[in-house]
Design a protein around this ligand. Structure first.
Ligand code: 3H9
Length: 703
């Protein structure tokens, strides 16, 4: 009778096993069956208590996100109403939480009067990461269970709690001895409740969750936190819902929560975050690569270069127990690199993220060497040396000599041609780009660059391994700068040119941070290093010669040794990390503009926004058209995950859809005309953008 529920009886208990792979998302069909199973158990006089659990699956990952915005989401029974019905059960209900209870899944567990979790279970309300608030009682029931402050922390961070913490807070009543014992112990718990004559609805530990809060708690909380929330609406809505939980009866709170949830759901911010959720799941799917493809085993990794990048890359593998050989040219550089890694681990240990024993275990997995011969048995070698084709060629020619057959040879280049690098070996099929972002042990983005000859199993192995080390791997084809840095080029070019036309660094950066970017592009160049930017432009010089204004100010700063934060001066003057406008830079911009015949004028914030963002978007669309990126979502992931583009705008291409493709195209055309020869040279609309607009399309895709 049921297809998504395993309904069984154990004497006086009804066991309702949720059985919708992969994660028991509470789609309409499952809600209908859960309601029917609950009603069946409630109506059966032989049944005295009910246990809800995940049948050979995690307990429940919440509402079905794929239904959002569609008819199934609102179809009866809606999740909030279903949980109100369950929460009024006349028979005690025990939720047996295995694996995870997230969002609506935790709300389901909270609608049950009692909860038991397996030791590794994670329980949380991650709705905020989707631009939502918990909408099926979470904002009302959690404060009543664990108090308003702890509930706010869980709702606003979206971070799941482990079972031990959940027990401490009173979110679960018990922890089972193991996942295998969970169901049995949940049934035993239910029987104990029956024997003790426990009520179906136990009293809430915090019946009036606001009672102990200091005066003006919510106003002060908003004042303290709203800076961190930047332009995001959901945290404000969540706070409002919890405030109501503290001040109103449950029924009133549930009603208001539904309204606030609906408001969040309709917001462009939530649509953007949901787009990224699905983009992330799509990114792992690469045409021609499926789960049946045998992967190459990676038992030992080698990293060439023990600088900041190489060291950070090595840490990723030591963190998951894979031994790493770290190769340097000189003993001092090697020692420095290893000491730096130790220091990084010590910082984690101080923060309580790592025990001293774990620290030593990880360090013991790192072997320093000065000899290429020690790389002979590595399954994967990642080169992280100086960004020069000549140097990389030498490294790969040597690797070709020393590495065993079948070893994967990877370059961490951020701009260079992976096919040319592969051509220095007799095994281009084994060569791939693995572009880590700095700091490589922290940043989640990993651009996986597929060369012309890269073998499918090499790509598949890199994608799997990337996930294992906790990265978000995104596949890119070969071109200058791949997805991220190639798009950075026109975005930064406009910012640099606007300096000559009359904008100041602070104005440009402010427009970008006001939009929600972590950092303005000019501050970012100062952080990365004006010298690094100069070096990256070097292979492009012949092409750039067409435009003498191209990044001209940055080139002058380079010539003056003003490398940015590290030398205390760049686009700005620095005192520590604090930056100030530099009158010399402003004067330099005026002088250069005069020399180049550029008319200076007042530049509006709108123009800065449009020129920087539209050219970023335009390049993204071009990359999609060329097949460098597989999908628009991949581009959005690269920029949100690696370049600080605000997630609540969904990434540059989602943002373009929000603005309207026609507006973007018209903007590019308008500035192209307005800027004369410069516009003609650089502000060329991507043909795909033109085609999409001509066809009246509102979404960006290649077909
Ligand atoms: C909510 O509950 C609102 C309520 O408060 C109020 C409602 C009125 N729905 O990530 P994975 C799919 S909002 C639909 O690759 P993992 C996912 O798309 C929701 N599908 O595996 C993928 O499909 P595919 C609050 C979902 O092991 C597959 O499951 N809940 C959902 O790395 C495997 O996922 C959340 O925000 C879902 N809820 O991670 C939890 N969840 O194979 C969101 C997963 O076709 N989910 N899928 O690509 C997650 O955080 C992770 O997916 C999870 C598993 C930790 C569960």
């Amino acid at each position: 009778m049921y297809t998504l529920i395993d309904y069984s009886l154990d004497n006086e208990l009804a066991l309702i096993g949720l059985s919708r792979a992969p994660v028991n998302a509470l789609g309409h069909a499952l809600r209908l069956e859960l309601q029917a199973a609950f009603r069946q158990a409630s109506a059966d006089p032989a049944i005295k208590a009910i246990v809800v659990y995940g049948h050979n699956l995690p307990f429940c990952a919440g509402a079905d996100i794929a239904e959002f915005g569609g008819a199934d989401f609102t179809a009866t029974p809606g999740l909030p109403d279903l949980l109100i019905e369950l929460a009024a059960s006349a028979k005690p209900m025990v939720a047996a939480v295995g694996g995870l209870a997230l969002g609506g899944g935790l709300e389901l567990a909270m609608a049950c009067g009692y909860r038991i979790a397996e030791p590794k279970a994670r329980l949380g309300l991650p709705e905020i990461t989707l631009g939502l608030i918990p909408g099926a009682g979470g904002t009302q029931r959690l404060p009543r269970l664990i108090g308003a402050e702890a509930a706010l922390e869980a709702i606003l961070s979206g971070q799941p709690l482990n079972a031990a913490r959940a027990l401490e807070l009173g979110l679960v009543d018990r922890i089972a001895s193991s996942a295998a014992e969970l169901l049995g112990e949940a049934c035993a718990f239910a029987r104990e409740l029956l024997q003790a004559g426990a009520p179906a609805q136990p009293a809430c530990p915090y019946a009036a969750p606001g009672a102990a809060l200091p005066e003006n708690f919510f106003t002060d909380y908003t004042a303290r936190k709203s800076g961190q929330w930047k332009g995001q609406a959901a945290p404000h809505l969540a706070l409002e819902a919890v405030r109501i939980a503290c001040e109103q009866p449950l029924e009133v709170g549930l009603q208001r929560e539904s309204e606030l949830f609906a408001e969040a759901m309709d917001s462009p911010q939530s649509k953007a975050l949901r787009h990224l959720f699905f983009a992330e799941r799509e990114a792992g799917k690469v045409p021609g690569i499926d789960a049946s493809l045998p992967l190459r085993p990676i038992r030992k990794v080698a990293v060439i270069g023990a600088g900041t990048m190489g060291g950070g890359i090595a840490m990723n593998f030591a963190n998951i127990g894979i031994p790493v050989v770290l190769l340097e040219q000189k003993r001092e550089a090697l020692d420095r690199g290893l000491a730096h890694i130790r220091k990084n681990y010590e910082i984690s240990a101080k923060r309580g993220k790592l025990s001293q024993e774990q620290l030593e275990q990880r360090m013991a997995l790192l072997f320093g060497t000065l000899e290429y011969a020690d790389l002979a048995d590595a399954d994967l070698v990642i080169e992280a040396v100086f960004e020069s084709m000549e140097v990389k060629r030498q490294v790969f020619a040597t690797l070709d000599e020393v590495c065993k057959p079948g070893a994967i040879l990877a370059s961490n280049t951020s701009t260079l041609d992976v096919d040319q690098i592969a051509a220095c070996t007799r095994r281009p099929q084994d060569v791939i780009g693995l572009h880590f972002f700095s700091p490589a042990n922290v940043m989640r983005l990993l651009e996986v660059v597929r060369g012309k000859a890269t073998a499918p199993d090499v790509l598949a192995t890199a994608l799997k391994l990337g996930k294992q080390i906790g990265k978000l791997p995104v596949v890119s084809g070969v071109c200058y700068g791949f997805i991220g840095n190639r798009m950075l080029e026109p975005y930064a070019r406009e910012a640099h040119r606007l300096l000559l036309e009359g904008a100041t660094p602070a104005q440009i950066d402010r427009v970008l941070t006001d939009l929600g970017l972590n950092m303005g592009v000019l501050s970012m160049y100062d952080l990365v290093g004006i010298d690094v930017g100069y070096l990256i432009r070097t292979p492009l010089r012949a092409m750039l010669a067409q435009d003498p204004s191209y990044c001209r100010l940055a080139d002058e700063l380079y010539a003056l040794g003003r490398y940015g934060q590290k030398s205390g001066r760049g686009m700005y003057i620095y005192e520590g990390r604090e930056r100030h406008d530099d009158p010399e830079v402003l004067a330099m911009a005026e002088r250069l503009a005069a020399e180049l015949g550029i008319q200076r004028r007042v530049i509006s914030d709108q123009e800065i926004h449009d020129r920087c963002l539209f050219m970023l978007i335009n390049e993204g669309i071009q990359i999609l058209d060329e097949g460098i990126a597989l999908r628009a979502g991949d581009i959005d992931l690269v920029w949100t995950c690696g370049y600080g583009f605000p997630t609540w705008l969904g990434g540059p291409l989602h943002y373009a859809e929000h603005l309207g493709l026609e507006r973007v195209l018209n903007g590019i055309r308008q500035y192209r005309e307005q800027l004369g020869a410069y516009g003609e040279l650089w502000l060329q609309p991507a043909p795909l953008l033109e085609r999409l607009v001509a066809a009246g399309k509102t979404r960006i895709s290649k077909d």
